[in-house]
Design a protein around this ligand. Sequence first.
Ligand SMILES: NC(=O)c1ccc[n+]([C@@H]2O[C@H](COP(=O)([O-])OP(=O)(O)OC[C@H]3O[C@@H](n4cnc5c(N)ncnc54)[C@H](OP(=O)(O)O)[C@@H]3O)[C@@H](O)[C@H]2O)c1
Length: 352
Amino acid sequence: MSSVDRVQKALVVDAPKTPFVLKTVPIPKPGPGEVLVKIIASGLNPIDWILQTRDPPVMNTTYPAIFGFEGAGDVEEVGENVENFSKGDRVFFRSKSNHNEYSGFQQYALAPTEFLGKIPNDLSHAQAASVSLTFTTAVYGLLPADPIGAGLNPTFDDKVKFPGEAALVVGGSSSVGQYAIQILRYAGFGTIIAYASSKHAGFLKSLGATHVIDRTEVPFADLPGALHKIYPHPVKTIYSAITSVEAQDAAYASLSSDGKLIVATIQPVPRDGPDAAGRKVYGVIGTPYTPVNRSFGLLLWKHLPKLLQQGVIQPNRIEEIPNGLLGVVDGLKKLEHGEVSGVKLVVFPQQS
Ligand SMILES: NC(=O)c1ccc[n+]([C@@H]2O[C@H](COP(=O)([O-])OP(=O)(O)OC[C@H]3O[C@@H](n4cnc5c(N)ncnc54)[C@H](OP(=O)(O)O)[C@@H]3O)[C@@H](O)[C@H]2O)c1
């Protein structure tokens, strides 16, 4: 890249609740410990349409804003003090929120190498782009110790297993839910029950689910009973990738008196009933960039590329959205209207 073409296309939101606009913006320079990534594929997430349509937004947002929280591409330029990455490496990254230079919906972004991974040879950029935010949201709820998560395996110790225990994943076919199932398989749970449409049963079993409760047959109100029929013992670990009040209530009612409910939202429904002392609810913020999440994040990014390479974790199935960055607009409409089932939507910024 010469100094004359240090500009790129980016999908910009100028002010709260205004449309996405394709603009030309500068390509940033990587600082110490950072690389510049030429983004080949960017993953779409519900938070992207939530941020674009809400005022005030649900997270700190400075305008004009560029969204997109996970991506994959090729290292274009290396900053000072970078040792383990070189130009041309295929990499995937979790974007830093509210910092436009690090966002996914543009053609080039910065990424700190401490939270950057090399893509295993047998995975495509699009597959790798499905991992970072979504996997992070599942893993922070399950593996790190209290107060961040359920503390199942804070050090990625391969010997820590829970063969005698059961776990439930509400929304098993969602992108986050698919990773929660695989993390529970990695943690050696003997019984992993997914609450999802039965059309996904075979796929979810290939990821580690031992049973699927069909959400089209069993309403939330009947979930505790359906769970008890499959596993008539206390269920101490429940991950809800569905954040509605109904889903959280059903998950909470399914939990053992000393159990842990993890909900894929920063602010789960508060529980202050008489039995709340024993049960604990965790809200997840799926990022390594907040101070409390940082040390687990450093460990996570050491292990994540290996877990992908070894096939312990499989990326989501992908639906490729055409039309470069403008494809984000169509893709987010599908997410907003609940038209995405069992796949991750990915756009290709270089096609803009
Ligand atoms: N806190 C954080 O940092 C963070 C980060 C990422 C995501 N999230 C949140 O996590 C949630 C999941 O995100 P995602 O990207 O994984 O979503 P997604 O893949 O777009 O979710 C779509 C899936 O949800 C399933 N679903 C919808 N309603 C359901 C219900 N009533 N019961 C069971 N399954 C249901 C659908 O299942 P079927 O196919 O079976 O119909 C579909 O497969 C969202 O609320 C998102 O905002 C939070």
